[in-house]
Ligand binder design. Structure first.
Ligand code: ME8
Length: 682
């Protein structure tokens, strides 16, 4: 039996699941079901990435032990995924002991082969992507603060002893592999991107951290923890038995590795097509057959991401749309590999057109006529008039061609085109029914053969569609299958075994609507209200999670999308809104800024808070900011803090800043949009 191993990225537990995570997992699940239906022995893996400084900090901010914190978020992923009935054999967690054993083995193998050495690292680090950036790659923010090009958050300058992976030595080997295996990176555009990146030269990679405690200790040097990407990427092999006894260990690993398809978003392309193959080569292991990098779902034209805060709320989505309709939509709507804008309007239109009026309607009208006109038994194809017989053969041809096109496109991961091929054939069937008017034929006993041919053809087409669409719409197609009077599981039917005509003489089952039509206007109104409410709740919770003065540098987890937490998070000392309202936060504009003689930490500002006169405020940020560069900058000021004297000077308020890293480097809070002086924050 052919084996097929498909993986999704393992998702960060630094926040809660959103549509993006569900998307990749839907693709993987659909591929897994497709391959199983065609007789492959499939292993489908998904899971969670649970180490790293961000997670450590988020747990700290929540005041709970890190493991407890990650367990809770892993649960929220599993809860959000549950309605989709994903068929993954395993959920790998990087906190699993078996994973740790495997990662250690990979490290030791790479080290024994001479690809890991010890050195010193200095660089600009983003805790959100766990990645160092060159200064040139960073985006310049206000006050020349360097920002992460992906997350638009400040980078930290880190310097520490580190183990390095000799990535530079793999440039030629990687290029040779890309050349020899044109399908290793797909689609083509991404392959070209990676080729030009690697041709530009590779630097050695820092693969350990002494500053991060929440990670897997480096073998024989436990002061260091492994760089999270070394840890995380290894999941694809540790989860199937590399270096541990999972599923029987080595034998199972050898059976499924190399993976056939590793699905990733384009945001993590480089990790999977440069680092990952290099790590594998370093340990003498084979490389995956294909890394497919898909596009991003955008929301309002921007990448949907928890850090940017514009994610589609899974709770709202799932309230109005069944998991099957969401599956169908994301597969049909997004051209796989390209970005796509997610809108509820498009989802509603798709569901109503393709599923309610389309497949669902074909099923209900065909089966209702079989019940009403043929005593519930699907007729055989009778000897009808030549014209109708010709039309019926054209329908059959269209369906059979679509069946072939479906597999051809699906094998190339063109999901949208595969589904479109079937939809086009369905239009042909619908037209055949509308033209032949079986409801009229039923009134005329002399037209019995015509009536039977129409219903036979429609029911047969429906049966073919059900089998083909089983990986996309598992439950709906099973319902159609049962209503057609077929037994067993539709996903076990090999499409190539389908025989046109076999539908005849089946006693149909009970008819029930498969896809109810959705009232677009009503649903849109409800969604808008729910989204506004959930955004307000999110904003409220964010305030509660991060009281102004102790706001952590990195995002604390956004509130649960799928499982909005009704219960309080243990360990957080909650305050009521009335406490929060006691703090008067106002927008101020820095009018003057200067150093204070003999006080190397303090800067003296005059700040316009929209009052009669500007205030004098002192702030301990002199080591990090050039005073001249701050003039004109809008900041947030605690306006009702009791005045106090510092170095003999009165400070009449406090400027808010994030405190970053162990040294507590301040980063001033500010605004992206124009805002008047004195405006109140609430
Ligand atoms: O990157 N559209 O985890 P992550 C489509 N832990 N897919 C999206 C998406 C969007 N807007 N947003 C996220 C990590 N995704 C690492 C991976 S793997 C060894 C470690 C999907 O939680 C997409 O698959 O940030 C993307 O690559 C992944 O979620 C990133 O998930």
């Amino acid at each position: 039996m052919n084996k097929f191993y498909v993986t999704t990225p393992i998702y960060y537990v630094n926040s809660y699941p959103h549509l993006g995570h569900v998307y990749t997992t839907i693709i993987a699940d659909t591929v897994a079901r497709y391959k199983r239906q065609r007789g492959h022995e499939v292993f489908f893996l998904t899971g969670t990435d649970e180490h790293g400084i961000n997670i450590e900090r988020a747990a700290e901010a929540a005041g709970v032990p890190v493991k407890e914190h990650v367990d809770r978020i892993v649960d929220s992923f599993k809860t959000a995924f549950a309605p989709f009935e994903f068929t993954n054999q395993h959920w790998v967690r990087t906190t699993d002991e078996s994973h740790k054993e495997g990662v250690r083995k990979l490290w030791q193998a790479a080290k024994a082969n001479g690809w890991i050495y010890k050195g010193k690292y200095e660089g600009w680090y983003c805790g959100n992507c766990n990645e160092f950036y060159q200064e040139a790659e960073a985006v310049k923010g206000d006050g020349d603060v360097l920002l992460c090009p992906t997350h638009e958050r400040p980078l930290e300058l880190l310097s520490e002893e580190s183990y390095f992976f000799k990535l530079s030595a793999f440039q030629e080997k990687l290029l040779e592999h890309y050349e020899k295996n044109p399908h290793f990176i797909r689609p083509e555009t991404r392959r070209n991107e990676v080729l030009s990146f690697v041709r530009g030269g590779l630097n050695d990679l820092s693969v350990s951290r002494v500053s991060v405690k929440w990670g897997i200790p480096v073998p024989d040097d436990p002061e260091h923890t492994m760089y999270v990407w070394f840890d995380a990427l290894s999941n694809y092999i540790t989860a199937i038995g590399y270096g541990n006894e999972q599923f029987g260990g080595e034998e199972h690993f050898k059976k499924f590795w190399p993976a056939n398809l590793q699905l990733v978003g384009k945001d993590i392309l480089r990790f999977h097509t440069v680092y990952w193959p290099a790590f594998l080569m370093a340990a003498g292991l084979p490389l995956p057959k294909t890394v497919y990098s898909h596009g991003m779902w955008l929301s309002g034209g921007r990448k949907m991401s928890k850090t940017l805060g514009n994610v589609i709320d899974l709770a709202v989505l799932q309230k109005h749309f069944s998991p099957e309709t969401v599956r169908y939509f994301v597969l049909r709507e997004m051209v796989f590999g390209q970005d796509g804008d997610f809108t509820y309007e498009a989802l509603l239109d798709r569901v109503n057109a393709d599923l309610a009026s389309g497949l669902g309607n074909l099923a209900s009208r065909t089966l209702t006529m079989v019940r009403n006109f043929c005593d519930g038994v699907i007729p055989s194809a009778g000897a009808a008039s030549t014209d109708l017989t010709t039309q019926a053969s054209e329908v059959r041809e269209a369906v059979e061609q679509a069946v072939a096109a479906f597999d051809r496109e699906f094998d190339e991961y063109n999901f949208s085109r595969a589904i479109e091929a079937l939809s086009n054939a369905r239009f042909r069937v619908d037209k055949f029914i509308s033209d032949a008017k079986p409801w009229d034929l039923a009134k005329d006993a002399a037209k019995r053969a015509e009536l039977e041919l129409v219903l036979h053809t429609a029911a047969e087409a429906l049966r073919f569609f059900a089998v083909l669409l089983a990986p996309v719409l598992p439950n709906a197609t099973q319902a159609i299958w049962n209503q057609l009077g077929e037994s067993g599981e539709v996903n076990q039917v090999l499409p190539s075994n389908l025989n046109w005509g076999d539908v005849a003489q089946k006693q149909i089952g009970e008819i029930a609507a498969i896809f109810p039509r959705l009232d677009k206007k009503k649903v849109m109104e409800e969604i808008k209200q729910e989204e506004a409410a959930s955004q307000a709740a999110r904003a409220q919770e964010t305030k509660q999670e991060a009281p102004a003065e102790t706001k952590p540098a990195e995002a604390t987890p956004a509130p649960a999308a799928a499982a909005a937490p009704a219960e309080p998070v243990p360990g957080i000392a909650y305050i009521g809104i009335e406490d929060f309202l006691k703090v008067e936060l106002r927008v101020g504009e820095i009018k003057t800024a200067e150093r204070i003689p003999k006080a190397d930490k303090l800067l003296r500002f005059t700040i316009d808070l929209g009052e009669a006169a500007p205030r004098q405020i002192l702030a301990g940020i002199a080591q990090y900011y050039e005073p001249e560069k701050l003039i004109g900058r809008k900041v947030i000021v605690v306006a009702n803090l009791a005045p106090r004297k510092l170095r003999g000077l009165e400070s009449q308020g406090m400027i808010l800043a994030a405190s970053v890293g162990e040294e507590g480097r301040p980063i001033l809070a500010g605004f992206l949009e124009e805002v008047p002086n004195g405006a109140k924050l609430k």
